[in-house]
Design a protein around this ligand. Sequence first.
Ligand code: NAG
Ligand code: NAG
Ligand code: NAG
Length: 307
Amino acid sequence: MSTANPMRYPTLQLCKRTFSTLLLFLAATPTSGDSSFLANAVPHNLNDFYQGLKDRVASCQHSLAGGFYSIDDGTNTTSYCTNDPHRPSIIYLSGGNGTLSNMDVDCDGVQGGSQDDGRCSLGRSPDYQDATAFRDLIQSFKVGISDLNTYVHPYVVFGNSGSKPGWRTFDPTDYGVRPLSVMAVVCPGNKLVYGIWGDTNGDDGDNPMVGEVSIALATACWGKNMTGDSGYDGMDVLYVAFTGEDAVPGKDGADWAAKDYDSFERSIQPLGEKLVQRMRGVAVGRKAISLWAVAGGALAGGLWLAS
Ligand SMILES: *[C@@H]1O[C@H](CO)[C@@H](O)[C@H](O)[C@H]1NC(C)=O
Ligand SMILES: *[C@@H]1O[C@H](CO)[C@@H](O)[C@H](O)[C@H]1NC(C)=O
Ligand SMILES: *[C@@H]1O[C@H](CO)[C@@H](O)[C@H](O)[C@H]1NC(C)=O
């Protein structure tokens, strides 16, 4: 930092402006898996990151823990990855060799409300539990809800706990991810859903699994064909968690008591956009690099002409 290049700041400004224009444009063009379940278009920088992993231009930058399964009878090649093992700003899942994760449906927590159409009814979810991992924290907010509602809150099941011998575990809080922080979930077809880290994977099955979300989130990506016992099998869903206190909406930063998914999603969207914008610094895709090169080149050219 002490040897700052004077060129650096104008370049940043230029990119910032280009990016803000882009964000405004994207914010105005939501896409949706289902008319009443809002999804956003994926901003450029996040899409580059996503495509980079899928195209094998990039891979798990630093693995924090490996040996997890996205498909129960699949391979144990999924890892929790970070951009920087010493100062992680994001933690994401990579399945290796151009794969990411699938999307299973989790019905844990409370149900009911206007959007409960029975797709998560008891018996449809093989591993249903009546409480999500951070229920006590939600209750401490005193906002009138006793737990997350799988039909309303787009929660992501992230992190693995368990006490079976040899069981693989990973605790995102060890790296600064806070409970109930905002996450970004990219589904194929240009869909970005801002989620909440709201539950963890346990050791109730045969393998330590990843890639589960609430039915609200799954519906935003895929539509109403998602149910407690039928998810999405493709291995191209990206899950990103953000470290630090500024990823946490807290008691007042989200409409926890929302009656429907769209209202809740809108309440965390501004924070989600900010966090995704922050990922510019960790973009690893090919296009991200060329975008910087183009912006830098244009600026250098401009300076040369002006001098
Ligand atoms: C994956 O499974 C194989 C076979 O069971 C095992 O030998 C290997 O150690 C596992 N890898 C990880 C990273 O857990
Ligand atoms: C990686 O993926 C490619 C394309 O899907 C496949 O052909 C190749 O066999 C895979 N490599 C490994 C080591 O799994
Ligand atoms: C769900 O339905 C939509 C639209 O009908 C379809 O495009 C999508 O592929 C289906 N998804 C799954 C996982 O079956």
